[in-house]
Write a protein that binds this ligand. Sequence first.
Ligand code: SF4
Ligand SMILES: [Zn+2]
Length: 403
Amino acid sequence: MSKQSKRGVRAPVPEKSAAFFGEFWNRRLVNLAADLVVVPAVRLLRGSEGARQTLNGLAGEQLCFHEDRLVPQLGRVGTYGFVILPGGCAWALEEHEGCTFCPFQRAVDRYVGNLPLDAAEFLRLFGASFQTIRDRVTMLNVFTAGSFFNAGEIPEETQRGIAKAVAAQDNIRILRVESRLEYIEETAVAPVIAALGGKTLDVVIGFETQDDQLRRMLRKGMSKRGLEEKITLLKRLGARVSIYLMIKPHHVVTEGWGIEEAEASIRFAFAAGADEIQLQATYIVNADPDGTKGDKNLMYEWHRDRGFEPPSLWSIAEILRDTAPLGPVMLGAWETEIPPPMRSPSDRNCPVCRAELLARIGRWRTTLDPAAFAPETLPSCACRTAWERETADRSRPPDSRMA
Ligand code: SF4
Ligand SMILES: [Zn+2]
């Protein structure tokens, strides 16, 4: 695979005959037919939701879906739509091999292979999904498994085409995209904001942790100063900024330090100007149980070989309660992940408290009200006592372990 090409990530789309590139044209024609024929026809017969289910069924993947959730910018629950585009991640394709916890590029490779998508095919893929959810969503997340603003991953024409489609849909208020810092430039972001015609652009940056050494261990390749500069730029251009952070992103993070570290990261991100935090508790997935897909998954290996565990629901409750006054901290769901986690925070708690804490987390997700975790109202149980003992030591591991 070429490291540097016109598109930045993969070789340019081949200008060869259809017969020679049969595989390429087969995929392209399927995407064209989905957008122009199949989805509109099913939509007429079975409505948008029927068309969405048909499209996902034909693709064998959740290409688009929606759920109701709190939209902090609007201060109310809205319908949140997801459209997935296989843009891929230059960071994962080049020498860095990507961040340690991230499986996205392998999923993109399986779909795209060595046959790249051009701007028109990306727009067809987007169009097929978008027409099944556009009438109902308040906020649209276009997830590209990489950086929306890297023209080598998502061509500029596609970026603007998506923004224009959102601008034309009255009910959609916010477009959310993700990007690494190096692609957040005025020349890339300003045209998308202009095409959105007054709607909000929300840019999510995966920063994961404020601890410089820990972030290096995750192979993030980002500095605090770099993040601060790009947040300043985005705010000047009129965008909203959300930051991804993780609780216990690496096996060296103990349960006790994991709480301190996540809280310090949330404080740092808000102080740097973030409008919202997307907090993700780690969980263990074995996406390749028979070892045939080549999906190496460090979280799974750490769990299997080192006894690494996701954070307890008790830790999550404490972090959310402590940082509630700082701003909106949205907790990512592990319960609905595909494939389902083999070990998640829910598994860290005992039957006495598990359902109660999950219900309180559900309340938090729709209200951001720290009363959901008021200490005097929390249940007492054996796992709470064990967790208090485990987290009595909140110290950072010595530098000798941080390697
Ligand atoms: S987390 Fe983001 S930057 Fe890191 S490999 Fe995954 S998509 Fe790329
Ligand atoms: Zn318990």
